[in-house]
Structures are given as structure tokens and as C-alpha cells.
Design a protein around this ligand. Structure first.
Ligand SMILES: Cc1ncc(COP(=O)(O)O)c(C=O)c1O
Length: 444
């Protein structure tokens, strides 16, 4: 599809005033008796951010407490949620999940009330292993430990392969939840330059490995958060080879891997892992429901430690949630849901990109992800997006400011926008509020 139907994209009157300029630039085409169409090559007109260049030195993580404040706002129903990387219900199979809960409560009345101690429900691990093998990974159900979401999987994985004070290599910018895990385990982060298209720079990682006693590397190689990047297969292969040779564990966070905008998901790093140095972490939070809190971590080498740490941290993951996910996976409905939702995410990204091109100030740069549902936006340097966030919260608009994704000061002018929102007039007004505040801040 080379065009969007304009009417299906934008609703709000103020937008109409801006459109004629785009007509003249050829991004929008008017077709008699048919309407306005936004050309897809509009997206080509936008500049993408340059590869990042953080200070590559180990740093203690701090300042993450402010994230809790932002995250709490996610539960405010009046808030337009561009800030949280949580899909709106219209993107999630909520009906399927509710149905599965009802079903398993009836069919497994005893099991839903019992602990499902680590490593977790065997049938669930079997389903997950089957999917992972289908993606090229050498994994059996015995290698998997069920966790409370991917966040717990990351925590267990880091605990299994590193100690307090150890240095962990991460992408820059990175998912703030990872910074919080590193912070709470009293480890140090070293940010590695990252290309918004191709991922962590392998030469930069090599230099960091030569210079610092790095104990593990954590990355989101498929549709990362916040950059949305996807590492090419060749880079994944090189990365696995580099770290395996040095016997350094790599923790792969693959929580967005299934949300490709195409038809086939990318291969995980784990698919290139000959010597079992990749610890794989994921969850169903982005594909079924974040409230389920069902995730997993998979590794042969670290399995026993992972299993024990899971038990020691909270005994077990919810039994009814594990049973419900198993029911959905066994029914084949999960795959059908993914096929249906992928174009919906692609459209959501395209629509937000079109809005950013249209409305945001000159000099704005934005990523062009091929999966997931977040955009990383670089504003003109003088705009402090933390200040912008503070101004927007009272107006019931949330964004995620750049500084929560780093230990550096490098992204103070950046923000992450979630595109998996319900699109309506209120959403468009919320975007206009962001633009208005940016304008005010520029003129101050
Ligand atoms: C990259 C990444 N990893 C992990 C998580 C946490 O996932 P979960 O909700 O399954 O704990 C998120 C949530 O936003 C994420 O974006």
C-alpha cells in the first residue's frame, strides 16, 4: 500500500489548516470524489537520528526514581498515553485472555489454586520451547524458567551471571527497566554506542571489552526499546561470536520480537548461539496482556541458578495466568492474533510518523522501526524533554523523556512516543498540546 486514506487517519480541525502546505509539497494527494491520501514516501522525507556516542565508562545508575512517578500516571484513565510502552486494549486480545481465564478456572479447579513452583507449568514450557525451536533456537522445556514478566527474567538473568559492583554492557539509550534492575542489583552500566538502524556498535563493544572487566551484555536486538532498531542477522552472528569467544554471557531481551511489521519475525540472537552463552528473556506482556505477568528465561548453562533465584525471589508465578497462557498457545489462536495485529502496529507507527513530520519543529529527527510500537524522537537541542514532560502531565498527556533511558546527559532533548494508542480526536489534541508546549519552550 503506497497511500494512507487521509480521512481514516486524522480527525481534528486544526490539522486541516496545516494540510494545504503538504499538498504543495506533494506528500498529500487529493483525488476527486475519493478524498485525501497521504503518500507513504512522506516517511522518506524525515531525518533519522545519528548513531549515539555515549561516554563509554562504567557508571552507577541513579535518578530512576522519577520513572515510578511517570509509570503511575499510566493508570490514570484521563491520560493520553504516549509515555508508557503498553499497547492500548484495542491492540491486545483481551477477549481471548478473559475467555482463557474462565476456561481454565472450570477445567483445572485444583491447579489454579496450587503453587506452580519453578521452573513452572510443564505444558507452558513445552509450548514456549516449541515456539523457540521454530525460531531456530536450541532450547528444550527443561531449559526454561517461567517468570513474572520479562522484567523478572532480566533480573534473574543478571543475578545468575554477575555480582554487585560488576560492569554490564548495555545499548545507549536503553530500556529504563533494565537500568532499574542494574541499579537494584548494585551493578554498574557501561553504555555502548548504538546505531538506530543496526544496533549496538560491535567495534565499540570490542574496545570496551578490551578496556573494562565487563561481566555481561544485555540487549534488545529485535525492535528495541526505545530505538526500535533491529540488528541484521550478520551483526547478531558477529556479536554472539565475539562474546562467546570471550565466554561472556549475553542477555537477550526479546519482548518485542513477535511484533514485526512484516510477516516473519526476525531471528533471535539465541538462534546464532552455538555455545550457550545467550540467556534468552521474554514475556507475553506485549502480545497478550501486561497484567498477566507471565514471562520466561531460557538457558542451559545458567538454568539451575535461574530456577533457584526465581524460587528465592517470590516462590512461583501465578498458576491461573500460566494455565491461561498455555490454553491460548495450545488453541492456535495466538498465531492467528499475531497475524492480525502486525499490520495494525505498522499502521500505528506510520500514522504517528506522518503526524510528527507534519507538526513537530524543523530539525526534529525520528526513528523508522520495522517492528514494535515506539518511536524515538530527537527534538532541537534546546528542548529539555523532562521539563516538557512536567508541563504535559497536568494537561493529561504523558511522554517518556530521554533522560530516563540513560546514565548520561546525552538524550535530554529526546523523547519516546508509544504509537499503540487509540487514535481519536483526544489523541490528536494531545499531540497538538505537545507541539504547543515545544513552541512555547523554544520561544522562552
Ligand atoms: C524492552 C523491554 N523489556 C522488558 C519489559 C518488561 O516486560 P514485562 O512487562 O513482561 O515485565 C519491557 C516493558 O516495557 C520492555 O520494553
Amino acid at each position: 500500500m503506497d497511500y494512507f486514506r487521509w480521512q481514516t487517519i486524522f480527525y481534528t480541525k486544526p490539522w486541516l489548516k496545516i494540510w494545504p502546505s503538504r499538498l504543495s509539497k506533494g506528500y498529500i494527494e487529493s483525488r476527486p470524489k475519493s478524498g485525501f491520501y497521504v503518500k507513504r514516501q512522506m516517511a522518506e522525507a524525515i531525518t533519522t537520528p545519528e548513531p549515539t556516542r555515549p561516554n563509554t565508562i562504567p557508571t552507577l545508575v541513579s535518578g530512576q526514581e522519577m520513572v515510578l512517578h511517570l509509570v503511575k500516571s499510566a493508570n490514570n484513565p484521563k491520560m493520553v498515553q504516549f509515555g508508557a510502552a503498553v499497547p492500548a486494549h484495542s491492540f491486545l486480545p483481551t477477549h481471548l485472555v478473559t475467555q482463557a481465564f474462565r476456561q481454565v478456572a472450570k477445567t483445572h479447579p485444583a491447579e489454579v489454586n496450587d503453587y506452580q513452583f519453578p521452573p513452572g507449568l510443564p505444558e507452558l514450557r513445552q509450548q514456549i520451547a516449541r515456539r523457540m525451536v521454530g525460531n531456530g533456537c536450541d532450547i528444550t522445556p527443561q531449559d526454561i524458567v517461567i517468570t513474572d514478566g520479562c522484567q523478572e527474567a532480566l533480573r534473574l538473568a543478571l543475578r545468575a551471571c554477575a555480582e554487585p559492583g560488576d560492569v554490564i554492557a548495555i545499548e545507549s539509550p536503553t530500556f529504563y527497566g533494565l537500568l532499574q534492575v542494574i541499579h537494584s542489583l548494585r551493578m554498574k552500566a557501561i553504555e555502548i554506542p548504538t546505531d538506530p538502524d543496526t544496533g549496538m556498535s560491535i567495534p565499540a563493544l570490542k574496545m570496551a571489552l578490551d578496556q573494562w572487566p565487563i561481566k555481561a551484555c544485555v540487549l534488545v536486538p529485535s525492535f528495541s526499546n526505545p530505538l526500535g532498531l533491529s540488528m541484521p542477522d550478520q551483526a547478531k552472528h558477529q556479536l554472539v561470536e565475539l562474546l562467546s569467544k570471550r565466554q561472556i554471557p549475553m542477555i537477550e531481551d526479546d519482548v518485542y520480537g513477535e511484533i514485526t511489521h512484516g510477516t516473519r519475525r526476525p531471528k533471535p540472537l539465541k538462534a546464532f548461539d552455538q555455545d550457550d552463552w545467550v540467556i534468552y528473556a521474554s514475556s507475553f506482556s506485549k502480545t497478550l496482556s501486561p497484567g498477566l505477568r507471565v514471562g520466561w528465561v531460557a538457558s542451559k548453562r545458567y538454568h539451575d541458578k535461574l530456577e533457584y533465584f526465581k524460587y528465592a525471589s517470590n516462590l512461583a508465578t501465578s498458576s491461573i495466568a500460566q494455565l491461561a497462557v498455555t490454553e491460548i498457545l495450545q488453541s492456535g489462536k495466538f498465531e492467528r492474533y499475531l497475524t492480525r495485529v502486525r499490520p495494525q502496529y505498522a499502521f500505528a507507527i506510520d500514522r504517528m510518523t506522518a503526524a510528527i513530520i507534519e507538526l513537530f519543529p524543523q530539525g526534529t529527527k525520528v526513528t523508522r522501526p520495522k517492528g514494535g510500537f515506539v518511536l524515538w524522537v530527537e527534538l532541537p537541542f534546546e528542548i529539555d524533554t523532562f521539563e516538557l514532560t512536567k508541563r504535559l502531565i497536568p494537561q493529561n498527556v504523558s511522554i517518556a523523556p530521554g533522560r530516563i533511558f540513560t546514565t548520561t546527559e546525552n538524550y535530554n532533548h529526546c523523547l519516546r512516543l508509544s504509537c499503540a494508542v487509540d487514535w481519536n480526536r483526544q489523541t490528536e489534541w494531545a499531540l497538538l498540546k505537545i507541539v504547543n508546549e515545544i513552541k512555547l519552550m523554544k520561544n522562552e
